[in-house]
Design a protein around this ligand. Sequence first.
Ligand code: UDP
Length: 345
Amino acid sequence: MAKYVLVSGGAGYIGSHVTVELLNAGYEVIVADNMSNCDETCYEGVKKITGRADLPLIKMDFCDLEATRKLFKEHQIDAVIHFAAFKAVGESVAEPLKYYKNNLESFVNVITAAHENGGCNILFSSSATVYGEPEKLPVTEKSPRQPATSPYGETKQISEDILSACVKAYTTDGIIKGIALRYFNPIGAHPSALIGELPRGVPNNLVPFITQTAIGKRECLSIFGNDYPTPDGTCLRDYIDVVDLAKAHVAAVSRMLDGKMEESYEVFNVGTGRPVSVLELVNSFEKVNNVKLNYRFTDRRAGDVMSVYADPSLANEKLGWKAERSIDETLESAWKWEKSLAGKE
Ligand code: UDP
């Protein structure tokens, strides 16, 4: 019998890639999104890639508890992947209440409805931001979580704690089981170039800024700081391909639904284990796509950590998952996506 996965925030960047991989793996998917940070481009792309013109899209806000309850009552939901959240670090500093309210309320509502409805498996979309500036690299799941540097990061930490507490508390009726996946830096797009990242306004993240500069939408990429004590002076990150990341979700959902969890609440790093500097990424982008990028070095960006990259061995071992795409393939896919967007304009 088919298993049903609710993907909250499923019309967005990561949610749409996860939906494709879930459908490819034979799961049924219910996409739900309030469309506050995306249009239907990726949802339409998912339907094209998978040939599933019947894929449901439920437009709803998970901050609406009654609507969330109704969703759980009216559908078979074997697992939830919860993406529905705001994600701009800078905005969260300027408008903290917007972040605490939306990100925490929506997640509490999902768990509440799942619990009341007889229980559920819940996969939470967490982030490497929970580690802050790590003392030791690479970070393992046992590395201490440092104080968050933004309200956004704090909502990720608090959400992990909410999930873990509910798993601990609800063990007889309405049982909750949970997995938190801590993503490092998701980049790239589906090789079809039918889905990808669609940032609104000026991008905050590095790769959308690179592709928009290369296509001529932005004049010049600022590389924030070249005086860090790293090999080339620029920050080190662990860039994870979005399709690889999506496959980690399928592995985690299968682990939950096939009864393979060793604990009722588990945490996994989802990264490559490979540190890449900003400058290396820029150079690779230019080389693999044969484009020249206009960039300059500027001051460090407030709030940036110098280096963070994963030890992904727990996910490799327990989820049977490993990042596969090379950084070059990923940067090619990002450029193909940007060009396909330009073709649409
Ligand atoms: N970065 C940059 N210029 C930009 C955007 C980002 O130099 O326009 C750098 C940033 O300082 C960091 C890395 O790229 O070292 C990744 O930043 P991003 O915002 O993509 O992700 P973060 O690691 O902050 O979550």
